[in-house]
Design a protein around this ligand. Structure first.
Ligand code: SF4
Ligand code: SF4
Length: 221
């Protein structure tokens, strides 16, 4: 899923300071799962903003709404009946959702209330870790199901580097060496011989290096 964290309250307040009426919009998908911008977080942020503005002697009118998916025009359309009553939109979706609202409602200012982080997985209660960088040409089949693009600090495709110590990456004792994980996994699967195979240079044009990407599915269009 896409992970995100709420921006500091002070930063959000500064964004919306010029406005009196805010449409605060959450998203029911990834940001709900990572507890950054779902219905609950919308309610908490709305209360915090009301109180902050009240302390300044101002009344902030906030309309709260959580869409099923904010990156989907079908659901973003639901804002049409309430958009005129707002001076600005504050979005708690990932960057995709914020941009979809901005694209649909061209004359309405839209501000992000969260920082979009990475594509990750839940590793324990309240902890998410990066697992994929959307390189566009997945090599997990060659690496035992562990991604060196997202999990090796140097993105090495033929690791490890010389900095791996006791299974940890040289950047921090908290970070597992991706190539140690790949080795352990291959050993577990009995395919250690694959570890010796040199991986050819990756074509990064399928990644962000090739510019903004698009998926076109003729069968669905
Ligand atoms: S190889 Fe590419 S697509 Fe596959 S998990 Fe890693 S970054 Fe994601
Ligand atoms: S120690 Fe491991 S994860 Fe860290 S940069 Fe080197 S190979 Fe990559």
């Amino acid at each position: 899923m896409i992970t995100a964290e709420r921006k500091p309250l002070e930063e959000i307040i500064e964004c919306i300071r010029p406005y009196d009426r805010i449409l605060l919009v959450g998203c029911n998908e990834c940001v709900t799962v990572c507890a950054a911008g779902g219905r609950k977080e919308v309610g908490l942020l709305a209360s915090a903003l009301r109180m902050a503005f009240m302390k300044e002697g101002r009344t902030l009118e906030i309309t709260e709404l959580t869409l099923e998916r904010q990156c989907d025009p079908e659901y973003v359309e639901e804002l049409v009946t309430m958009i005129d009553a707002a001076d600005a939109v504050l979005s708690m979706a990932c960057g995709c959702g914020v941009q979809e609202v901005a694209r649909r409602y061209k004359n309405k200012p839209v501000y992000p209330a969260v920082n979009t982080k990475f594509m990750g997985a839940s590793v324990s209660q309240g902890v998410w870790a990066e697992r994929c960088q959307g390189c566009g040409d997945c090599i997990l089949g060659l690496t035992g199901g562990i991604c060196p693009v997202a999990r090796c600090s140097k993105r090495l495709l033929n690791g490890p580097c010389g900095g791996s110590t006791s299974g940890k990456c040289e950047i921090s004792d908290d970070v597992e060496c991706a190539w140690q994980l790949i080795w352990d996994r291959m050993k577990e699967l009995g395919i250690q011989d694959r570890y010796e195979e040199v991986m050819v240079a990756k074509d990064w044009r399928t990644s962000r290096d090739g510019g903004p990407r698009k998926i076109v599915r003729e069968d669905l269009a």
